[in-house]
Design a protein around this ligand. Structure first.
Ligand code: SF4
Length: 312
């Protein structure tokens, strides 16, 4: 059965071997972040509806569970914001009826102030929202959200969801050089994080080709400085280790992507077209291939290309 709504399991920096479940069509989101790895948002919306058919998603999840022994998390994400899917709560509950594998939801947190969204996400084991800043101006520069959403609502939503959510709340901060990495930004953010009281704070930066070229990463030294400042819950999101990739189909898929890149420089869309793999799955493998210095990126005519690295 050709997979439309699930991909992987892929090696995830935060979730081990993660079976991805894509609830939303490309690229539908309430934000249009300048660092987004998926490119520009083409459908900026706050409307909740059944974007992909619920039963078909569930059938694919059940099939993927039969086909794969090693899955650490089932991760609801998407080519956009997964809480826009109006049946995400039912999907989480139905998934948990057929497996003991924990369910994680990656969200931008924009709808967490809504009671229906809070209710639905309360069935998950892990909810991982992103919050990059506590400053309205910086928020509009980085996240470029839908006109109906405010930063205050998002922060209040996070604080109130934390109070009722029994699972793990992992807050992710994506740092963009010269935008949200000043001392003033960090002090404001720290005070909001203390109010939210997440279980973990994941420090991340722009590691993949961003939607806007202006979105540049901060240095690893700066990440360490921020980690020290944010305290013991803070972790720098590490790359997946090379050894883990020796597991069965993970190594085969990595080799399949490497074979495509070795023939000629290709874009992400070329790899997607040739391999038939989901773009999120390909992105994960490109990460590890870059870290392990097997490929490099070049730019031509405004497009990012992946090519074999000399001597690899
Ligand atoms: S919230 Fe996520 S999917 Fe939406 S634009 Fe930002 S990074 Fe991309």
């Amino acid at each position: 059965m050709k997979k439309q709504y699930t991909y992987g399991p892929v090696p995830s920096r935060r979730l081990g071997f993660s079976l991805g479940v894509d609830l939303i069509p490309f690229k539908t989101c309430s934000f249009d972040c300048i660092y987004c790895q998926c490119g520009k948002t083409t459908n900026k919306t706050c409307e909740r509806k059944e974007y992909h058919p619920t039963q078909k998603i569930l059938d694919e999840v059940a099939q993927a569970l039969k086909e794969n022994e090693h899955i650490d998390y089932i991760t609801f994400s998407g080519s956009g914001e997964p809480t826009l899917h109006s049946r995400i709560g039912y999907l989480i509950k139905a998934t948990k009826k057929i497996t003991d594998i924990p369910v994680a939801v990656l969200t931008n947190g924009s709808l967490l102030h809504r009671q229906d969204v809070q209710n639905e996400l309360s069935y998950a084991d892990v909810v991982a929202p992103t919050l990059c800043t506590a400053d309205k101006e910086t928020f509009s520069q980085i996240n470029r959200c839908h006109a109906n959403i405010t930063l205050d609502e998002i922060i209040h939503g996070l604080i109130s969801f934390r109070k009722r959510f029994k699972g793990q709340l992992w807050l992710e901060i994506v740092f963009v050089k010269n935008l949200n990495d000043s001392d003033e930004e960090l002090n404001k953010l720290k005070s909001i994080i203390d109010q939210i009281n997440p279980d973990k704070v994941h420090i991340n930066t722009v590691v993949r080709p961003p939607s806007e070229k202006s979105a540049q990463p901060i240095s690893s030294g700066k990440m360490q400085e921020i980690k020290n400042m944010l305290g013991k819950k803070a972790e720098i999101v590490a790359h997946f280790t090379k050894d883990a990739l020796s597991v069965g189909h993970i190594a085969e898929t990595e080799q399949q992507i490497l074979n495509i890149i070795e023939r000629r420089p290709v874009t992400l869309e070329d790899i997607q077209h040739i391999s038939g793999l989901h773009r999120h799955e390909i992105i994960k493998y490109l990460d590890t291939l870059k870290v392990n210095k097997k490929i490099q990126m070049t730019e031509h005519d405004g497009h990012q290309y992946y090519e074999h690295r000399e001597g690899a």
